[in-house]
Design a protein around this ligand. Structure first.
Ligand SMILES: *Cc1c(COP(=O)(O)O)cnc(C)c1O
Length: 372
């Protein structure tokens, strides 16, 4: 691979140099006033990104750990949960639920489409036993943005919890956790938050907290009871990924310096530029509900998308993502515009995508979207 490569994948994303340098400082101990000061500070300030007044818990682990924590801390065996399935990550909720003996009901939506909120309303009316609704803010595998605001309005009128996986989206797509009545928001460090992988986050509403008291599924490492107790002393129950927490403090500085609203605007503008450029190349967009986190385009029929991505990566130093899952593998490409990804890198990446497509004898303008 050509180094430094231009990284346009949906995580890990580029980490700013100031953050990297800070994380290379000598190690220190975590049961100290020094660490508690940093952790207390980031735990407060990250609430602004979540747009919540409720606690945001930080785990050492990848985003999926917080997905598991969001189900296990709030449910008992046999509980019914409604899972919006419109892509690869959505399916993960179902897999976790099954592993813990929950009863997931899949609401299947075609890949590339957002869930119509009315379908959630209907499902909840039909089955008042449903204990939670799970969906993605940005379904990273299809570049689809779900309408969390409308879904929140619906779910807040029921006893069900709304669980939103915002692992890729938080920090790029707007998510007003409290205003939109989202009970549990899941995030990860390695996407729009401009850090290496290794931190997972979960915000917990008052409604969710009450449910926790009756949830019987066995749990230990991510049992929020321990985290709640430690949080009172700006601490975590087990050894934190303190290097990353130090980096997180810098991420929050950077976001505050730019202004969070400006960050969202920048991501939206870069997303619009990406979609426009992909279309100018003759490619059709895959997502019918575009996101500011990642964009996806269909490749011309017969063109090997896997090969395209590896040529770009190994010969030209530009790393983009292909499709995931049976229907999309080899048939779409995904280009990100979240976090510290710059307009310049996007421009270079898209130029090289265009050149590589031509080299692979794909006549531009002939996309027939076999992927849909
Ligand atoms: C990346 C991603 C995940 C998986 O997160 P890990 O950190 O790899 O565990 C889950 N959901 C979405 C929407 C993602 O983009």
């Amino acid at each position: 691979m050509i180094n430094p490569a231009i990284l346009l994948t949906p995580g890990p994303t580029p980490v700013p140099e100031v953050t990297r340098k800070l994380m290379a400082e000598p190690m220190f101990h975590h049961r100290t006033p020094r660490y508690r000061k940093i952790f207390g500070d980031v735990s407060e300030r990250i609430k602004k990104i979540f747009m919540t007044k409720n606690p945001v818990y930080t785990f050492a682990g990848s985003g999926s750990l917080a997905m598991e924590a969001s189900l296990v801390n709030f449910h008992s065996a046999g509980d019914k949960i409604l899972v919006v399935e419109n892509g690869k990550f959505a399916e993960r909720f179902t897999l976790i639920a099954k592993a813990f003996g929950l009863n997931p009901i899949s609401l299947k939506i075609p890949n590339g489409e957002a869930v119509p909120p009315a379908q959630i309303e209907e499902a909840l009316k039909k089955d008042p036993d449903i204990k939670a609704v799970c969906c993605q803010l940005c379904e990273t595998s299809t570049a689809v943005l779900n309408d969390i605001k409308s879904i929140g309005e619906i779910v807040s009128k029921t006893n069900a919890l709304l669980i939103v996986d915002a692992i890729s989206g938080l920090g790029a797509d707007r998510l007003e956790t409290d205003q939109w009545h989202v009970d549990l928001v899941i995030a990860g460090s390695q996407k729009a938050l401009m850090l290496p992988p290794g931190l997972a986050f979960l915000s917990v509403s008052e409604k969710a907290k009450q449910r926790m008291a009756t949830a019987k599924l066995p749990r230990f490492y991510y049992d929020l009871k321990h985290y709640e107790k430690s949080m009172k002393d700006s601490d975590t129950p087990w050894t934190p990924a303190l290097t990353l927490v130090v980096g997180l403090q810098k991420t929050l500085d950077l976001i505050e310096q730019e202004g969070y609203e400006n960050v969202l605007k920048r991501c939206a503008a870069n997303a619009a530029f990406t979609r426009e450029t992909l279309q100018k190349m003759g490619l059709k967009l895959f997502s019918k509900a575009p996101s500011s986190t990642v964009s996806a385009a269909c490749l011309p029929e017969g063109l090997d998308g896997e090969k395209l991505c590896s040529i770009m990566r190994d010969e030209k130093g530009v790393v983009i993502a292909g499709g995931q899952g049976e229907q999309m593998k080899g048939k779409i490409v995904r280009v990100c515009h979240m976090g510290a990804i710059t307009k310049k890198d996007i421009e270079t990446g898209l130029k090289i995508l265009g050149e590589t497509l031509k080299e692979m004898k794909a006549s531009s303008g002939s996309c027939c979207c076999s992927c849909q």
